[in-house]
Design a binder for this molecule. Structure first.
Ligand SMILES: Nc1ncnc2c1ncn2[C@@H]1O[C@H](COP(=O)(O)OP(=O)(O)OP(=O)(O)O)[C@@H](O)[C@H]1O
Ligand SMILES: [Mg+2]
Length: 312
């Protein structure tokens, strides 16, 4: 009898694949006047192909610096960082396969006047031949819902469309890893959701994603959470472990007169210890647990909550 497929760990499903990104004891220090600031301190982690990682942490904890180390945009002061390079792709013209980063402010990333010219900008630097460029540009713009705006002026786009254009430009470069550094923090909620959906669609098609965010609702949607605190990895595990290690215990004894059990009061989650509020969905599921609902799986996202409720 073959062993059943493991269901608890993403890595167990793909043990044969070497990691795409390997950071070993990485330190990054910036010299400022008479002091040296250690921004990343002894960071060791691996990112595997196809993962969807949320990178979270308080302001100034080193998230952006870590994203830039992963992308090769920031030199490490000590330790080693291995990442995929922009190389010729098998069977395709022009280079690809590196790590692309999307930043917070789309205006700072857009360089051309028209959508088509801008989506091609990154490919120009990868020596992608003209025909291949047109093909990749069309695919990327379609994936980002911008195909109707191919010939529009960049100045006509909304903030959300500009950020989608930046994502399209990155996708057109055919990266293996896409890092989004608080890419939706300047946008209204509906637009944030739209961009998250475009990026999640890419993940479903095999893209490796690192989504840097301060929004726990967004982190709850990832497969893995890495939390930084003062430049160190404070947590690396599943969203479930990050958001409610103690609630799993409580699920065996729900409905204690409407109040939280002593165990919940004694131990707070890693998320709360880092100073972040729990995702709103989890607050709802906790309240429902206190009213006697027994969760099979603790829902962390609105979609999971709807699914679980329909199965009660
Ligand atoms: N080029 C630099 N020179 C000096 N200090 C820097 C530099 N870049 C970042 N820092 C410092 O490193 C620390 C971490 O910065 P970083 O931007 O990586 O954190 P972050 O978690 O992304 O913060 P935020 O949530 O504000 O985006 C901060 O204290 C910042 O001031
Ligand atoms: Mg940052």
């Amino acid at each position: 009898m073959p062993d059943p497929l493991p269901t608890n760990s993403f890595h167990e499903l793909q043990p044969q694949q070497p990691p795409l990104i390997v950071l070993q004891d990485v330190r990054v220090a910036f010299a400022q006047e008479d002091a040296v600031t250690l921004v990343l301190d002894a960071v060791s982690l691996q990112i595997h192909r196809g993962e969807y990682v949320a990178l979270v942490g308080p302001n100034g904890s080193g998230k952006s610096t870590l994203g830039q180390v992963m992308a090769g945009l920031c030199e490490v002061s000590s330790g080693s960082a291995i990442r995929p390079q922009w190389t010729p792709l098998p069977g395709v013209n022009g280079r690809g396969g590196g790590v692309a980063v999307i930043f917070q402010n789309p205006d700072a990333q857009i360089v051309e006047q028209t959508v088509l010219a801008d989506v091609c900008f990154g490919m120009e630097n990868l020596a992608v031949p003209r025909l291949e460029m047109a093909y990749r540009a069309e695919r990327a713009l379609t994936a980002c819902g911008l195909s109707k705006l191919t010939h529009a002026q960049v100045g006509e786009l909304s903030g959300g469309q500009k950020q989608l254009l930046c994502i399209a430009g990155a996708l057109a470069m055919s990266p293996q890893v896409l890092i989004l550094d608080e890419a939706t923090s300047m946008l209204p909620p509906a637009t944030r959701q739209q961009i998250l959906q475009v990026v999640q669609q890419q993940h479903q098609s095999g893209m490796t994603l690192v989504w840097i965010t301060q929004w726990m609702e967004e982190a709850a949607q990832a497969q893995r959470v890495i939390a930084l605190n003062q430049g160190r990895v404070a947590f690396d595990g599943t969203p479930e472990e990050f958001f409610h290690p103690t609630l799993v215990v409580n699920s065996a004894q729900p409905g204690h007169g409407g109040g939280e059990s002593s165990e919940t009061k004694k131990t707070s989650s890693v998320c709360e210890n880092l100073g972040f509020p729990l995702p709103y969905t989890l607050e709802v599921t906790k309240a429902l647990a206190n009213r006697g609902i027994r969760w099979q799986n603790w829902p962390l996202t609105p979609a999971a909550l709807t699914r679980e409720l329909s199965q009660l």
